[in-house]
Design a protein around this ligand. Sequence first.
Ligand code: FMN
Length: 287
Amino acid sequence: MAKIGSVQISTPVMNAACSVAKSIEDVEALSKTKVGVILVGSITVEARDGNPEPRWFVGEGYALNSFGMPNGGLEFYRTNLPEMIEIAHKADKKFALSVAGFSTAEYVSLAKLADEAKVDLLELNFGCPNVSIDGKQKPIVSFDPVSLDEIIQAVSEVTKVPLMIKVSPYSNPAELARVAEVINASGKVSAVVTANTFPNGYQTEQGEPVIASKFGGVSGSAMLPISLGQVRQFRNSLRDDIAVIGVGGVESTEDAKQYFDAGAELVQCATLIVRDGHQAMDKIVAV
Ligand SMILES: Cc1cc2nc3c(=O)[nH]c(=O)nc-3n(C[C@H](O)[C@H](O)[C@H](O)COP(=O)(O)O)c2cc1C
């Protein structure tokens, strides 16, 4: 049994935010797996088609993606969240929503939606590297502790749903420690989810970038030691009442066990299910 804030979770394994966690069909497919939590997202205020294709590349032991968060937008989810939550709850699973704003006000609008829909857990995506505004890469909130704190405070004014903060991997340990301090001091965060993809991977085949928008987030097994290190460092730096959720390269029960040994309360998987389908989640959950 795992716990995030006041929420009890039967099985400490869940899907991560990704391209196959957006629709009612995705929720139905995940409800047939052994996960303890079904997560939908990331969702944004406006509907998005995402980035041009190709936007997904599978290499040996890693993947690159630049989906750019395609999703139906706030109004689509206002209509569809009740059914999604019902499917999750009927299968005895908790329901989490991952949201990504382009401003503090947008995070607040999305948090209000989550509150009204009565989701069990709310994940704030502070780590998406794959979005451009007017041709320039959107700043990644994970690397700006002032904005990170401002958004946490503004969101917690409008909802009491336990907050999970999803961050990018930090290559500078001092930067990780500074973010942990801000999260500790906020008094509003129930869990830190680490890590989002490593930003701005790049690869070519026959001289051409494998991703249409050139750069992509790195995920999969190559992220395992990096994200395990992030979990260990956050566990050492965060208050005891803030859980750490491990994500990055989880493909087996052995991988998950390494995360639990490093101090994770739960693990999440994305690449595994984008590549192999939703049912692959059951490889992680020991029977
Ligand atoms: C295709 C794809 C789409 C993703 N979209 C999102 C997203 O919308 N929001 C988010 O927070 N993370 C997103 N991620 C990052 C994953 O949730 C996860 O943090 C990262 O991929 C590392 O885990 P993995 O090695 O299990 O894939 C995405 C990852 C992939 C592979």
